[in-house]
Design a protein around this ligand. Structure first.
Ligand code: GDD
Ligand code: MG
Length: 358
């Protein structure tokens, strides 16, 4: 462990239902969806490991078993991984409190499990210790803060308020979903009932006069909570725009699993990720799209910023633009699906010009 990260362990919240990503999350929990060939969570875990942290606890709930099946005890990542599962979802604060018994270090890095980021974790920890804060929150600037936790601060970076998903946010600085907690603060969260860290814990700490410090960061940041964001994040990883220590290949226009077959007369651009066992026929043109394992794309199909789940088939000449295709679905030849259209698993669309846009 580096000297900076002595006395730190990590918690990752991975228990959400991922409802905005349905139907992709019907069988796979959001942090286990692939981005650039490996689970979203694997990028975060590799970053935590690269920073020098070894003990990581996953706070699980929805589809908890999938995480342990994939990562086991964490040894393959150089980590010691523990899993603590909520029988009923306890929310973000309840999920953090629920893992307190397996923590032992004085400071705890806590992460939302659906975020891609390039923040320097040692720098976040330095901010926390220099300010002698009870909690430190990483903040980023976004164009539209309404979908996030808005966090006004004073000129010294002290947090003044926490406004989760407000219609009229007073600043463009938002909660990036990466915190340092003093462990005793975690122990003070009520146990055994749902708690929102954003709506209850942070406002409560501020009312009680606790020191909450901010760490503003300008590096890459994206919440992968929607299909559009998942596709964009995966493409950014593939092209090397989003940093990751775990990219399974070199950055470029496409990342193709060695077990996929791409016809030499197909064109892949804009950061496509092609999973194992995919077959892409001649003349197909794919831009910035994400194909999970075993997808078949017919001749002359055109896929733009679309995500296709495992085992789905896309017919010859079909056009997908910002579309989401569920597991095992069959989209016939010469269909046109645009503008965020979502096709549910196993649905079969016949050949012949079916046109959908939302
Ligand atoms: N263990 C557990 N239990 N984890 C949960 C639960 C739960 O009941 N509910 C949600 N989570 C996990 C999710 O899996 C995700 O990794 C994380 O908590 C955040 O939940 P999201 O559902 O992704 O929240 P959000 O994106 O709407 O908002 C949050 O993230 C934003 C930044 O990306 C908030 O923290 C905002 O304040 C923040 O700006
Ligand atoms: Mg999120």
């Amino acid at each position: 462990m580096t000297a900076d990260l002595d006395g730190v362990e990590a918690v990752v919240l991975v228990g959400g239902m991922g409802s905005r990503l349905r139907p992709l999350t019907l069988s796979v929990p959001k942090p286990m969806l692939p981005a650039a060939g490996i689970p979203v969570l694997a990028h975060l875990l590799s970053r935590i490991r690269a920073a020098g942290v070894r003990h990581v606890v996953l706070g699980t709930s929805y589809r908890a078993e999938v995480f342990a099946e994939h990562f086991g005890d964490g040894r393959c990542l150089g980590l010691q991984l523990d899993y603590v599962t909520e029988d009923e979802p306890l929310g973000t604060g309840g999920g953090i409190r629920n893992v307190a018994e397996v923590l032992s270090e004085p400071d705890v890095l806590v992460f939302n499990g659906d975020v891609l980021s390039g923040v320097d974790l040692a720098a976040v920890l330095r901010t926390h210790r220099d300010a002698a804060a009870e909690v430190t929150l990483q903040l980023v600037r976004v164009a539209d803060p309404r979908a996030f936790g808005c966090v006004p601060t004073d000129s010294a970076g002290r947090v003044l308020a926490f406004l989760e998903k407000s219609d009229d946010p007073p600043t463009d600085l938002i909660n990036a979903g990466c915190y340092v907690f003093r462990r005793e603060v975690i122990c003070s969260i009520p146990a055994g009932r749902p708690v929102s860290v954003e709506r209850e814990t942070f406002p409560g700490l501020l009312t009680a006069g606790a020191r909450l410090q901010s760490h503003v960061d300008g590096s890459y940041w994206l919440d992968l909570g929607t299909p559009a964001a998942l596709v964009a994040g995966s493409a950014d990883l593939v092209r090397g725009i989003a940093p990751s220590a775990a990219l399974p290949g070199s950055p470029g226009e496409a990342l193709v699993d060695p077990g996929a077959r791409v016809d030499p007369a197909a064109v892949l651009a804009g950061g496509c990720a092609i999973g194992a066992g995919c077959v892409i026929e001649a003349g197909a043109r794919l831009t910035g799209s994400l194909l999970m394992d075993g997808v078949r794309v017919g001749a002359d199909a055109v896929l733009t910023r679309s995500v296709v789940a495992a085992g789905a088939r896309i017919g010859d000449g079909t056009v997908l633009s910002d579309a989401v295709i569920g597991e095992g679905a069959v989209v016939g030849a010469r269909c046109e699906l645009r503008d965020g259209v979502r096709i549910w698993p196993e649905v079969v669309l016949p050949d012949g010009g079916v046109r959908f846009s939302s």
